[in-house]
Design a protein around this ligand. Structure first.
Ligand code: GAP
Length: 454
């Protein structure tokens, strides 16, 4: 826990997200809906970049994984086969006095509704029920008739959409094990105790790969995916002393898993899961084969061997990854007697890559700046900002993590050069407008390491 000392608090990150329009409370004008969030402009761009980097790493830069986008609503038998209908539960305790609900296995960390806050059950008025199993799946009705036959569920994980499409992909993508199917999409869980901003919510996005392998290669592929996924976070700038792999103990393993390790990040609340990487064996394909009556296996024409592939599953949360990148990037420092807050995001993740700023709103500078911006934005995500003092505009760009600022000043009209300001070092250099897009592209592609690492 020591590594958090002097680091950012979650409240600071939440405040910045609100101040700069990354993330808002959902339905705010109606008082908000608990633990649901809306993403504003920079939040959308940042989360899109996280997802784009994931697609790049798991599909574009490999030739053994293909993409899928399955429906959120699935045939209800899916959830019988997967075990979610019976087993996707948390033990729930109600308090009849304050009407709050708690996870029975989390009472130690829970707070009673009365003030000063104590643990549930510690006030004499507390009136707790016995624990009962509460299914986390959201139920809804399909079609106009409200009866049991029409009950469907909002998927609690994207994974099952992949398993039920195994046969389609095998047939149409001309793949054979080892190969994977990747998907990004919304998942829904009626969590009893959501919280910590977008860390645990009831509606969130997952980024999942189901990687199908010959059974005797499963352990080896599990190891490879552990290394690949750790490397992804590090390459995108997460500091290595804030990242670790934690292997699940036998008592923690899901019923389907023979081995799972979590990628954990040192959030302000402590070490917490970013991503789970499980060896799921043949559980999923066997169960769906049993419940659907379809054969979900692979026939190797070369060897004549027929088998049910085993599955390695790296399963990450897009919102949670975004939160980790934000926490890791958040920094403050004093510059010329003033406090500067800066998001030191990896340039590939930064919502805006280049800000184009006229020094002042006169002498043709805004017009020249706008023309430069319009040329740049065809190649690089750029923003033009002419309102307020230059200092204020830099502060705004620092807070949204823009890696490069370009200032158009009096000298620009004389020699067609601009000032290029580096977000992290604050170094300023002059560079010609001619060839600016190439210069910026080259700079943005340079290897980057968080200055907070040292
Ligand atoms: N298919 C396996 C699976 O869903 P999980 O550990 O339950 O495994 C995988 O979820 C990832 O999804 C987690 O590591 C986390 O990043 C994200 N996730 C799970 N529940 C979440 C929630 N309530 N809010 C935000 N992200 C969540």
């Amino acid at each position: 826990m020591d590594a958090t000392a002097g680091e950012v608090t979650l409240d600071e990150v939440v405040a910045l997200c609100k101040r700069r329009g990354f993330v808002f409370q959902s339905s705010e004008i109606y008082g908000g809906l608990a633990s649901t969030y809306d993403y504003g402009h920079y939040g959308v761009l940042l989360k899109n970049n996280v997802k784009a980097e994931w697609w790049r790493a798991v599909v574009q830069e490999r030739d053994d994984v293909v993409a899928l986008d399955a429906a959120i609503l699935m045939h209800p038998r899916t959830w019988e086969a997967s075990g979610h209908l019976d087993g996707f539960t948390d033990p729930l305790i109600d308090c009849r006095a304050c009407n709050l609900r708690f996870r029975a296995d989390d009472l130690e960390d829970a707070n009673c509704g009365k003030k000063p806050s104590k643990r549930p059950g510690e006030y004499s008025e507390c009136d707790l029920t016995d624990p009962r199993q509460f299914n986390l799946m959201f139920e809804t009705q399909m079609g106009p008739v409200k009866d049991d036959a029409a009950t469907v569920y909002l998927r609690p994980e994207t994974a099952q959409g992949i398993f039920v499409n195994f046969k389609n992909v095998l047939q149409f993508a001309r793949k054979k094990p080892p190969f994977g199917i990747a998907q990004v999409g919304k998942a829904f869980r009626n969590e009893i105790t959501p919280g910590n901003f977008v860390f645990r919510t009831r509606e969130f996005e997952q980024m999942e790969v189901e990687f199908f392998v010959p059974p005797d290669e499963a352990a080896e592929w599990h190891k490879r995916w552990l290394a690949d996924r750790m490397r992804w976070y590090v390459e995108l700038g997460i500091r290595t002393d804030r990242l670790r792999l934690r292997e699940h103990g036998a008592d923690e393993l899901s019923h389907y898993s023979s081995a799972t390790s979590d990628v954990e990040y040192l959030f302000p609340m402590g070490w917490m899961e970013l991503e789970g990487i499980a060896n799921r064996g043949d559980f999923d394909l066997s169960r769906h084969a049993e419940f659907s009556g379809e054969k979900l296996e692979y026939f190797d024409q070369g060897s004549g061997e027929r088998y049910v592939p085993h599955v390695i599953e790296p399963s990450a949360g897009a919102d949670r990854a975004m939160l980790a990148f934000l926490v890791d990037a958040y920094d403050t420092e004093e510059v010329e007697g003033r406090k500067r807050t800066v998001l030191r995001l990896h340039p590939r993740l930064a919502p805006v890559k280049v800000a184009v700023l006229p020094l002042v709103s006169k002498e043709g500078m805004p017009e020249r700046a706008r023309a430069i911006y319009e040329e740049l934005r065809a190649r690089i995500p750029a923003e033009f900002d002419e309102g307020g003092s230059i200092g204020k505009r830099y502060r705004r760009q620092d807070e949204i993590g823009t890696p490069i600022g370009i200032t158009i000043d009096g000298q620009t009209a004389e020699d067609d050069t601009v000032t290029l300001r580096d977000r992290d070092s604050l170094e300023q250099i002059r560079t010609p407008v001619q060839g600016l897009a190439d210069e910026l592209t080259e700079r943005l592609q340079r290897p980057w390491q968080s200055p907070k690492s040292s």
